[in-house]
Design a protein around this ligand. Sequence first.
Ligand code: GCV
Length: 649
Amino acid sequence: MPLPVPVLSEGVDPAWLPEEAFRAVGGRRVLIRGSGPLVETVHAEAAQACARFGGSLVSDDPDVVLESTGEDGSEAFTLGHRDGRTTVTASGGRGLLYGFFHVVRLGEAAFRGERHPETHRPAVAVRMLDHWDNVAVHPVMGQVERGYAGGSLFWADGRARGDLERVRAYGRLLAACGINAVAVNNVNVHATEARLLTDRIGEVTDLAGALRPYGIRTHLSVTFAAPMVLGGLETADPLDEGVRRWWAGATARVYEAIPDFGGYVVKADSEGQPGPFAYGRSHADGANMLAAALQPHGGTVHWRAFVYDHRQDWRDRTTDRARAAYDHFVPLDGAFAPNAVLQVKHGPMDFQVREPVSPLVSAMSHTPVAVELQATQEYTGQQQHVCWLGPMWSEVLRFGAEDGLPFEELVAVSNVGDDPFWTGHPLAQANLYTFGRLAWRPDADPGAVLDEWIGLSFPDAPRRLAGGLRRVLAGSWRTYEKYTAPLGVGFMVQPGHHYGPSVDGYEYSPWGTYHFADRDGIGVDRSRATGTGYTGQYTKPWDEVYESPETCPDELLLFFHHVPYGHVLKSGSTVIQHIYDTHFEGVEEVETAREVWDSLAGLVAPARHARVAERYEEQLGSAREWRDQINSYFFRKSGVPDERGRTIH
Ligand code: GCV
């Protein structure tokens, strides 16, 4: 018997799968052919849609045929429409599931006109969300580290949730946007969470069972020190035979419980997490030990490249955090096992609103690379501010992709929690959806993805609503960029929680994130000629483009160069005037967006409208704070007045 489609409890938002989204398929005669668990999921979906909209599951004369011809793991499907009949064919249940949701996305368009058979397949095989969820509430980081959407979806009251209906519904949402893997716990693995690998694996098994019917594989973050903290060994040295045996045994037991387990995610030698450096071993030694344990079972280790000195002396101008990941990992290219994937943050620092693409992404030609994006808005307004990240991610994913993608997999840090809107800010759902769709097709037009999200989440939206949603979301990333840290310099946030402005918050700290503003100028000199040499990590043409302030794109100028306030940008404005102008404009844009949102009252469900309206109040207050602190700071430092004479405090 297929499992029924998950039911949302009262008050939980259906996100991009409201019932109405199934109207077109549900009103038709649907024939399903094939067998296997994911075909059963499609069966349950189609049956529910038909029951709701008057169609039926039939054995002849269908309007739509959904056919799986085998039981392989391929995710591809072929869609066609001929002589009034729509066909979706796949060689296994996974492909059929994605084909079914594609038909849902197309709505009536799937059933009109002639459509030559077109095959759709994802550009990358693993499209994963990392949840930074703790099982036990952490005294500083709470239940979800950098989580802005309530508690964890997976963990409550110190254990895996008993009622997994919401987790099943989550799996369904993820499948409908193309995501196929989830890591269920934080990469900072604390004592309680470490045990998920061993005596608490049963809880992970339950979560995996809830996600599996929608084609989601479950992964686990593990601590490198597990052989010591869980196994009682005296060392976690990756070349020690006892340690290797311990991992092999622990991993075999995980696979007994979860035969399709995806593998491990590891943050090692990073921000205090244990790692191979303690034993004089390399990160390849560490990753390969885990890869060897996973290999017989078909699993993968995602080894994070976020390795840098977080105890830096701010007086030391020779150490550049931006260089760290490349410097650590490029010498190891070719040394990693085939099932060890290097997981690289998209920028060299840490998910700032504007960073160059990490040069490490395309430097590892003999190592599988996963690019890590951050859907949770740690530095981009914490789901209080509207900041749709589609255009930024699209720029990242297109960078260096002219002759094929320079990476093999995509990961995002999840922005979801147990909040009724899933993402705290209802409009932040668009980020999750966009990640899934761009992971499937990194060259997709993000604007088209946004329209798709609007179409699904607000079915039958009048033009004014669809237009309004587009207006408040489409430019929101650039708006956020305007009123926060300027020209790629980054940070300037309140230390610790990272919300709101504090220009010098990290300036004299050990974290390696400095702007070096003085009375004459601002920015970090990362040139080869006079700076830290970071520009030398890029290949042509970027090593040259970034090297000179004359060719460096304006939006990254202060990331790469220290320039006087009077430096003239390509836009024709000086740096200081640009800072003033963008900060005034950014706030004005939030004011306009808030008005647009207000004008949509009556067109959006009241609870959703109210939640967004509340957050606009917060966003506007915060944006004004950013504007005033940044403008005042730079006015006081530079003494240069605003040429338009606006109020600066
Ligand atoms: C999970 C940043 C965040 C940390 C996070 C870390 C990481 O430093 O502030 O909360 O830890 O990145 O990506 O590992």
